[in-house]
Structure formats: C-alpha cells, structure tokens
Design a protein around this ligand. Structure first.
Ligand SMILES: CSCC[C@H](NC=O)C(=O)N[C@@H](CO)C(=O)O
Length: 721
C-alpha cells in the first residue's frame, strides 16, 4: 500500500525545528489606566512568552508589550508597543499595584558563585539591589508555582516572598581549623550534621524542604522571616491580608513525612492567617481537606480558593470556596459535579486560578479549565454559584485566562492546528448575555495541513462500570488534511498520563509534527480523565490496567472501522500512566500494535510504591485507601503486581522504545529498567534512551527534541514506512 509519511531524518528535524518556533504564553499583566492628552484611555499589557531555542538547548523567556485603548467596555484600538526582549536571570518579578515600581528576584553568577538579589526598580532606575545571599536570613528563594510568590503590600512599602529556611552550617567531625580559628569551631554544635537527610516535596521540588515566609521592608532594606507559622506546616502561595495587617497563606502539613506535591493538589492543607504584630497564626479553613490558589477580591472582602479531598485520586473535581474576611464565614460557591449538567458544565478542574481572577465588582470569578476535551473560560457568580461558559460557543480549542484587571481579560487561545495567540476582551456586564468581543493582539499561524476533531465513545455494555454506569469518553483525532487517493494513514494512539488528567484541544508540538509527517494521532481521554464529572474520575481507581486499557482499545478499533487508517500500521505511545496503558496494550493485544514508545512508564506498582514520591498514588489506583502508617501487605502487593503491565510482559511482541529521565522522582527510571530487562530476556526488540539531568516530564529542550526524533524514527522503522 502507498505511504505518504516523511521518513528522512533531515526532513523530520527541519519540520520539528519549524514548528518548535511557535512560542507559548506564560503570563500577562495589565498596567494602570492612563488618560492621554486627547482624553483617550489606555493600558499597557505586559506579556511573557516561552520558546524552545534548539541552538542553545534551552527554553528562552521573552516579553512583549501591547497598548490597548478602551472605553472600559470595549477595546477601541490596540497594537504592540515595541519588539520582544529576552528575559534572563529573573526568577520572579512583579509590578507594584500603582504600576510605579517593579520588584525582581534575580539570580546572577558572580565569580563562579550563584547569588540572589532582590531589586526594586522605579521609573528608569534600579533604586535598590539587595544581596539576599549575603544577608543569610534564609536559603534560596522559591520561584515555583507550588509555594512561590512575590507580592507587594497594599501600601507598596513591603514585599512578601517564600524561601528555604536557613540551614545551620554543618561540618565534618574531623574539620580542622587553623589555630587562630579555634574559637570558630562553634563548640562542635553542628558536627555530624553534614549528611543529615532533608526531606523534599518530590518531583520538580527536589531542593525544597522547609519554606518560610519572608518580608522585605523596602525603605530600611531589611529582610525578616515571619514568625508564628506552626512548626508542622510548610507555607506558600502567600499574599497580604486586607490593610496589610498580616499575611494569608496556604499551609501544607508535612508530618509524619512529605509526599510529592506536583500534580497532587490532594495534600492536607489549609488557609492560614498570620498576624504581623503579634505573630498569632489562625487557621481559616477546616484543615480536613486540601486547598490551593487563594485570591483576594479587589474590594479586599473575600478570598476565593479551590478545595478537594485529601488522598484519593490526585486530580479531582474541585470545590470553589469563598471565605468572607469580615464575617469569617466560608461558603461553597461551586460544589463537586458528579455528571456533566444539561448545559454542559462538568465541574471545576484546576489546581491554580489565574493570578488575577476577580471581576472589578468583586462579584464574579473567572476560571479556565477543561470541560471535556476543550478548555473553556467559565464565569462564576459568587452570590448564586451560577456558572456560564464565555467560550463554549466560540471556536473549539483551548482558552486559558492569563489575567483579568478592571474587567479586561487577557487570554491565550490555541487549538491542535493553531499555535497560541493572544487575545483581549471585556467581561460582559453582570447579568448580560452578551458575547465577548475578542480582539487579537498577537496572531499565530494556522497550520492548514492539520485536520482535527473530537470523537465521543460509549463503551459496549460489557465494559460499562456497574458502580458508575453510563459513562462515556472522548478522543481527539488529528490527521493530515490531504490524503492521496488509495492511501491509508498509519495511526499513533496516545493515552494521556495521570490517569486523572486530560488532553484538551490545545496546540501540541509533537502531535502536530507527527501529523505533518503524515501520521494520524488518536489522543484518548479514557474514563477516569478530568473534565467529565467526578463519577468518571472515581470509576477508574481499582480498575487501572483494565478499564483504561479497554477504553483505549475500543476507541482505536472504532476508529479503524471507519476504514481511513491502516490497521497493520498502528503504534502506541504514552508517558507515565500513559506509558502504563501503552505497555498494557502491547501485553494484552500482542498482535495489534507494531511499535510502542513509553516515557517514564509505570511498569510495576508493587515495586514502585517504595521509591516514588507519591506512594499513595500506587495504593489508590490499585483500589486501596492510603494512610501514612500503612505497612507492606502481601495481598496488596499481589494485587498491585497483577494490575501492572509487567504481568503481561511474556505476551509482548511489539518493539519498545523507552525514554527515561535519570532524575525522575515520580516514576523512578528503575521502573523502565525493569521492563527493559524483561524484554531483553524475552528477546523483544527494545531500545532505551537515558536522559541525565531530566525528571519525569523529559522536557529539557535537548531531551525533548532528541526524544521526538527517536520516537518519530522508531515509528517509521517499525511501521515499515
Ligand atoms: C506514580 S506516577 C503517577 C503517574 C503520573 N501522575 C502524576 O504525576 C502521570 O501520569 N503523570 C503525567 C502528568 O499527569 C505525565 O504525563 O507525566
């Protein structure tokens, strides 16, 4: 049969290079309203973007500003105000509320040593540059999304941030000091502490152990570490309380030990308030749930935040909660949704609200989150809890809120055939059913050769889940637009990871390159994915390795029945839990798949539980409850082994490409090695790529690009293209 797939490595790398040029939006800030001398009002919009630089093997961050003239209801005129500028060394940055100043946490290598500075800029002058490293009040500043923050006080006199607690200098028992320094031996206080183990917060948070809240008094250039946070709590996501009387933060319990936090918003945590004068700490939420992303309303009266259950599936349908600062009452604004409603609303699935998410009247909240296979912008009325979608009638794809300020929304929109574009629009007035008039600030290049659609599947009756009956699921199908007469396309099947995650109709670099090469790609949101109601999520734990695997197989077979694809040229590729599903598929359907790629796959739940940063995940997905004091139990281990891909390895015939990250704390690379050895012993073709300095996502530019090329060539080779 004729093939139209690109097979030459040079052509493939050229195509990858071309499509990897499209940058993605990471941040936007709206500046204050300025009235021009002719009376027109405008605001500057500051945006940050990230782009792969294949020459430098790194992601580069750059900024671009735009000017938006408006009349508070609609955009009158807009355009860029200058070119892009690369940003280097900035860990965090934030304009002051008035827009008059800017704070930057910068890392700079001075004479071979990394130093951190806190800078204050005013107009065109850097008015302060405080060497935080030399001050030695704390360790490194946290720049991550989990704990990190850089927040101006309402008065613009203080800055709040999170850093690692200062560690006492530890030394060997045998440290010898020159005699004149003998008095500096600290009376042997820290001898023997040199190799003490510091727990960390797992994947992507490896050097982070004990965060502390830090405040800079700008006038006095004085940094202090806030007292009053309970010893058993790790604080983060902090901001100034109304009138700057204290600080509100999320505190995570870290006893008896820390568990991985990345993609795991289900860790016991609470909202806290620590008073600046007395150092008193008050718990503002129940303490029996997991909370995140608190945001203060513009009128400083309410805090909105997300809440979900502790343990259980890692990502679940969240509750949107509101704490009233003055009445101290908490209300649930939007509750967990079990099944999608008639109007399509399927619940809130998010572990972070955008930095600003309130409407100007402090009555409404904007949330961007998956709703099935699309990502929509949802508007929530906090008084009634009513939810409406601002984008469900707009072109399908993915709408991400970057910020909203004085009702001017800044969003990124993309779809599988269109890289991210930047748009702005005003929020319709309260109660109005008007559509948003989106104005494009930065267009992107649509890829006319890529066709995509969302397919819906109803599992056959024998695969229905008796506890959660009647659930269906979706898949995204990408295929080349022009297919020559008589050509049947090869198909790459991709189950996502998580398993409680989802693939939305977003711009996906590797899928778009594969599609432009001539492959069709089927991305399956099997039952258990987020965005389809809490019942779908709960239907999977205890059934991994069967329900997810059968859903994917059902989707593939249904698509093949259409006749457009070559059933002799089907491959499967997945990462993490997606790698678990991929390896199950080649074990359970040994004749079906002609090539398999697995990135940091879960191979054996029983052997992984002792080494992953999220042991609770192994128990929960195998169908058990988790507690921190549970001991290894042979029956549980047996069940975990039976549910794992390694159980089916003897049946495997498909050539497997394994891509492993040496520093993966989530699915340690020993999992992949376990599979590699089994396949070697069984003489199944296997190739292992080992990426030093990479973690679970294998997302460093050189690993990602090398991984892509190897995957593409593995597919062309083993599908005989
Ligand atoms: C013990 S590993 C669990 C699988 C992992 N879940 C969360 O980290 C996973 O599948 N991760 C996905 C992202 O959700 C991935 O693609 O890496």
């Amino acid at each position: 049969m004729e093939s139209q797939v690109m097979t030459n490595p040079e052509d493939i790398s050229k195509l990858y290079r071309e499509l990897s040029l499209f940058p993605s939006l990471t941040r936007a800030d709206v500046g204050p309203v300025i009235t021009s001398q002719y009376g027109g009002k405008y605001s500057n919009i500051y945006t940050e973007w990230s782009q792969r630089d294949l020459e430098r093997s790194e992601n580069v961050k750059f900024c671009r500003q735009y000017i938006v003239f408006h009349d508070d209801k609609s955009v009158v005129y807009s355009g860029p105000s200058g070119n892009c500028t690369e940003i280097k060394g900035e860990l965090l940055s934030k304009d002051s509320p008035s827009g008059d100043m800017k704070a930057v946490v910068r890392e700079s290598n001075i004479k071979g040593e990394d130093k951190q500075f806190l800078e204050i800029w005013s107009k065109n002058i850097k008015v302060k540059s405080i060497n935080l490293t030399a001050l030695k009040k704390h360790g490194k500043v946290y720049e991550d999304d989990q704990f990190g923050c850089l927040v101006w006080s309402h008065s613009e006199t203080h800055l709040l941030y999170v850093a690692e607690r200062k560690r006492l200098k530890a030394q060997s028992f045998f440290q010898v000091w020159p005699s004149k320094h003998t008095h500096l031996q600290f009376k042997h206080e820290h001898n023997g502490e040199q190799f003490v183990f510091y727990e960390d917060w797992g994947e992507t948070l490896v050097s982070k152990s004990s965060p502390v809240l830090c405040v800079l008094d700008i006038e006095g250039s004085n940094v202090s570490v806030l007292e009053g946070v309970p010893d058993n709590i790790s604080p983060g996501q902090a901001f100034w309380a109304p009138s700057d009387t204290g600080v509100v933060f999320v505190g995570w319990w870290h006893e008896p030990f820390r568990l991985g936090l990345k993609y795991s918003p289900n860790r016991r945590s609470s909202l806290f308030y620590v008073d600046l004068t007395g150092g008193q700490c008050e718990q503002l939420s129940s303490g029996s749930s997991a909370v995140c992303s608190p945001k203060l309303s513009p009128d400083q009266c309410r805090i909105i935040y997300l809440e979900c259950a502790v343990y259980g599936p890692h990502q679940q349908c969240s509750r949107l909660c509101m704490y009233d600062w003055y009445t101290k009452r908490t209300s649930v604004v939007v509750d967990v949704v079990k099944r999608p409603r008639e109007d399509g609303f399927a619940g809130i699935y998010s572990s972070s609200l955008s930095p600003l998410c309130w409407s100007a009247d402090s009555q409404r909240i904007l949330v961007s989150c998956p709703q099935g296979s699309r990502k929509d912008l949802l508007l929530v009325e906090t008084t009634t809890g009513s939810v409406t979608s601002l984008t469900s009638k707009s072109p399908g794809g993915s709408w991400s809120l970057l910020t909203i300020e004085r009702d001017l929304m800044v969003v990124s929109w993309s779809s599988p055939n269109c890289p991210p574009s930047l748009r702005v629009g005003f929020l319709p007035l309260c109660g109005s059913s008007e559509e948003v008039d989106w104005v494009m600030l930065e267009e992107s290049q649509t890829q006319p050769d890529i066709d995509w659609q969302i397919l819906n599947f109803t599992p056959p009756p024998e695969q229905d889940n008796s506890q959660y009956p009647g659930l269906d699921f979706d898949a995204l199908l990408l295929k080349p637009k022009d297919v020559k007469e008589g050509v049947k396309l090869p198909l790459i099947v991709t189950p996502h990871g998580g398993p409680h995650s989802v693939i939305v109709a977003d711009w996906l670099l590797s899928s778009s390159v594969l599609c432009r090469m001539g492959f069709a790609i089927l991305l399956v949101n099997y039952r258990g994915s987020i965005g389809y109601g809490q019942d779908s999520i709960l239907s999977l734990p205890g059934n991994v390795g069967t329900q997810d695997v059968k859903d994917v197989q059902f989707a593939v077979e249904s698509v093949l029945r259409g006749g457009a694809f070559d059933e002799q040229k089907v491959a499967v590729a997945g990462g993490s839990h997606g790698g678990f599903v991929a390896c199950h598929l080649i074990g359970q359907y040994p004749e079906f798949y002609k090539a398999c790629v697995a990135r940091n796959p879960v191979i054996n739940l029983a052997s992984m539980i002792g080494s992953t940063d999220i042991p609770d995940w192994c128990m929960v997905e195998a169908g058990y409850n988790y507690s921190t004091d549970c001991l290894p139990d042979p029956a549980v281990w047996e069940q975990m082994l039976n549910m794992s891909p390694i159980k089916h390895v003897r049946q495997v015939k498909t050539p497997v490409l394994l891509t492993l990250g040496e520093d993966d704390k989530r699915v340690p690379p020993k999992q992949g090695i376990e599979y590699y050895r089994a396949l070697k012993a069984l003489q199944v073709p296997v190739r292992l790529l080992w990426y030093p300095g990479n973690n679970h996502s294998l997302s460093k530019v050189d690993a990602e690009s090398d991984g892509f090329m190897n995957i593409a060539l593995w597919m062309t080779q083993h599908l005989s293209l």
